[in-house]
Design a protein around this ligand. Structure first.
Ligand code: URA
Length: 435
């Protein structure tokens, strides 16, 4: 293959055929293209874009660059959720066992966090003994027996994305809609799904800062997912404020368990139930949005998803006794300090970007792919916009490794929160649904 002529074709704005895109992906996976040429190709795509046919061809070629999960025939539909990521976004944790209890199979292949956005696998790694690296055969086994698994991509799944994503990360070519679509959907399509719900976030702590950009990305993913035979929907959700009251790996596991216990913050519970309700509708298991919501709520309230969570943890190697002991602790970080309100009023700002940055800098997140995470650091008891606070009341608790870190986090948290005399107009969490 003359790879140079394909780079030139894309550089000049010409359309590539499915065969050409498949050849590029195959050669990339086999390591037959020098990285400088792949990087030039990615930059050409960044500037010239890909049309829908090209994006589909690239996505399918990437999906087929490695193993695709295969499941036995079963009346339980295969479903998953993908979020573009944010601060405090722990929806996957309570959602997977809830979906399993609703009669779905959930092969939830997740990722790690980078920068200010958290990653599901990092949260699970805070659980004693929990294995997030599983071989393909074990993934399908757990899905068949338990109903849900949450783990990382195996070495053999979508290897083309691994290579291309690493290159995009260092060549300024991550924010390209066709490349993002191909990257996310190739991984989701490799799960062999019947239905997929996407949570595309927008706002100061999201990958897509504006609602218009989030809509563009969501539209492209919904179109392509449906074209590839996976019933796909997307929600556009606000990520200017963290989701829930806790952010940071272990603290988010705790909050997820509270959600499964029927407690926890209402925004988290609402989003979990909405994701489940959409999947019930997408797979024809419910006939109306109201019925779907009720079905999801009755199931969550039954306590069965909480027991399913334990079952999934055990299947993935967790030490339940150690987990329960850890869960019973008020905090597991060495230092905990409180941010107090200087005056009475209503919380009018709880800035997800600043909070995410502080958690990352405390050591609860990664600055680079090789950073070592301290799982127990983060923030909890966060007050959210619209809530009343009295002078001296707690706006948030910071969990740090040492006093000096806690002190500097406290100073930065003063910028993250604002208290006003008037209650701000209530903000929406879910702004749109794209079908
Ligand atoms: N997440 C992915 O998996 N890929 C992208 O390109 C962006 C976000």
């Amino acid at each position: 293959m003359n790879f140079l002529s394909l780079i030139e074709a894309k550089r000049d704005g010409r359309t590539l055929t499915a065969d050409q895109l498949q050849a590029i992906v195959a050669a990339c996976t086999a390591g037959e293209i020098p990285e400088y040429q792949l990087a030039a190709f990615l930059m050409a795509v960044f500037f010239r874009g890909l049309n829908t046919t090209e994006t589909t061809a690239l996505t399918l070629a990437m999906r087929d660059s490695g193993d695709v999960l295969k499941f036995p025939k079963d009346k339980r539909p295969l479903v998953d959720k993908h979020s573009t990521g944010g601060v405090g976004d722990k929806v996957s944790l309570p959602l997977a066992p809830l979906l399993a209890c609703l009669g779905f199979r959930v092969p939830m292949i997740s990722g790690r966090g980078l920068g200010i956005t958290g990653g599901t696998l990092d949260k699970l790694d805070s659980i004693p003994g929990f294995q997030t690296t599983l071989p393909t055969e074990r993934i399908t086994e757990i899905v068949q027996s338990v109903g849900c698994v949450i783990c990382g991509q195996t070495e053999r799944m979508v290897p083309a994305d691994k290579k291309l994503y690493a290159l995009r990360d260092v060549t300024g070519t991550v924010p390209s809609i066709p490349l993002i679509v191909a990257s996310i959907l190739s991984k989701k399509l490799a799960e062999g799904l019947d239905a997929l719900i996407l949570d595309v976030k927008f706002g100061c702590a999201a990958f897509m800062q504006t609602k218009a950009d989030a809509r563009k990305l969501a539209k492209a993913m919904v179109t392509l997912g449906n074209q590839c035979g996976v019933n796909t929907r997307a929600m556009l959700t606000d990520m200017n404020t963290p989701l829930g009251r806790a952010a940071g790996n272990w603290l988010e596991v705790k909050e997820s368990v509270a959600c499964l216990d029927g407690k926890g913050p209402t925004d988290l519970r609402g989003l979990v139930l909405d994701c489940a309700a959409h999947l019930l509708l997408q797979t024809g298991k419910s006939k109306s949005p109201a019925a779907a919501h009720q079905q999801a709520e009755v199931c969550l309230n039954s306590g069965a998803p909480r027991r399913k969570w334990d079952e999934m943890m055990v299947a993935q190697g967790a030490d339940l006794t150690a987990f329960n002991q850890k869960l019973a602790c008020d905090h597991t970080a060495p230092v905990v300090v409180e941010l107090k309100a200087a005056k009475s009023g209503f919380v009018s700002r709880c800035d997800a970007r600043i909070i995410g940055e502080v958690i990352r800098d405390l050591g609860g997140g990664r600055l680079t792919k090789d950073s070592v995470i301290h799982y127990d650091l983060g923030v909890d008891q966060m007050m959210k916009p619209g809530e009343r606070v009295e002078a001296g009341g707690t706006l948030a608790r910071i969990h740090a490794a040492k006093d000096t870190d806690a002190k500097s986090a406290l100073a930065r948290f003063k910028e993250a929160f604002a208290v006003s005399p008037r209650r701000p107009a209530p903000g929406k969490l879910i702004h749109e649904v794209l079908i």
